[in-house]
Design a protein around this ligand. Structure first.
Ligand SMILES: NC(=O)c1ccc[n+]([C@@H]2O[C@H](COP(=O)([O-])OP(=O)(O)OC[C@H]3O[C@@H](n4cnc5c(N)ncnc54)[C@H](OP(=O)(O)O)[C@@H]3O)[C@@H](O)[C@H]2O)c1
Length: 245
């Protein structure tokens, strides 16, 4: 059966690994990037090597109009939409009392508002197809809080509330909505932190290492699969045991 997915922020890291994992599961995949076009095209070429169609779309998801548009472009280019992975994100480490309203609004916009908008536009395609999977990539920080990224942690926690609420709203249509909370994952996002404080961080992780992006992608792509049909409204941590329960 034809399956089409949109992965936001699919040019690098967890999003790139997710695009490949979805392609391996038989999905044609559209990925978005903000500025790294070449990286996105590299991921698309890998998706095509797996025998699936790939579409590359530019979108700064701080712009709600663009968030809305890019879902339609993905569905038009792929010929439908069965899975949406809201993965795009960024961190901004700073003391909480130095976060400006602009910083706050941008973080909420890219992380939370964009996920709401993309789900709103994607759901009708899924209803039409009679199959739908939405996965929101949240964070360990949604569960623990973060003194150095208050807006990041708040936006990621909001994503968990959005996940449960959409799961309730979309269950009657057979669309599942889940969240994944990665812990420390070896991507560009925290390369610097892992270089500077790697030993200290690894010492706090029961499995003793950061995750590889593909270890997070495996869970995201499973949640997008047929087999995950009875899981909805859940938050699954992929964190090496650094926070349990
Ligand atoms: N790495 C971790 O340890 C970790 C832990 C917990 C949660 N997460 C979450 O996992 C997701 C992926 O993180 P990652 O580590 O893979 O990050 P990454 O390697 O830095 O990749 C971030 C992706 O998001 C895109 N992006 C960034 N800002 C954007 C914007 N304003 N509009 C549209 N796209 C934007 C980037 O596009 P360009 O390539 O064009 O810049 C890139 O594709 C994020 O939501 C992050 O919060 C990561």
């Amino acid at each position: 059966m034809k399956r089409c997915a949109l992965v936001t922020g699919g040019s690098r890291g967890i999003g790139a690994a997710t695009a490949l994992a979805l392609a391996a599961r038989g999905y044609d995949v559209a990925i978005t990037y903000r500025s790294q076009r070449l990286a996105a095209e590299g991921v698309a070429a890998e998706v095509e090597r797996l025998g699936r169609k790939a579409v590359v779309l530019q979108a700064d998801l701080a712009d709600p109009a663009r968030a809305r548009e890019v879902v339609r472009e993905a569905a038009d280019a792929l010929g439908g939409l069965h899975a949406l992975v809201n993965n795009a994100g960024y961190v901004q480490r700073m003391p909480w009392d130095e976060i400006s309203l602009e910083d706050w609004n941008r973080m909420i916009g890219v992380t939370l508002t964009a996920a709401f908008i993309t789900a709103q536009v994607a759901a009708p395609y899924m209803m039409e197809a009679g199959f739908g999977r939405i996965v929101n990539v949240s964070s360990l920080r949604a569960l623990t809080g973060s003194a150095h990224g208050v807006h990041y942690a708040a936006a990621k926690a909001g994503l968990l509330g959005l996940t449960k609420s959409l799961a309730l709203a979309l269950a009657p249509h057979g669309i599942t909505v889940n969240a994944v909370c990665p812990g420390f994952t070896a991507t560009d996002m925290n390369r610097e932190v892992l270089e500077k404080r790697g030993d200290e961080i690894r010492a706090q992780i029961p499995l003793g290492r950061a995750a590889e992006p593909k270890e997070v992608a495996a869970v995201v792509s499973f949640l997008c699969s047929e087999e995950a049909s009875y899981i909805t409204g859940e938050t699954i941590s992929v964190n090496g045991g650094i926070r349990m329960g």
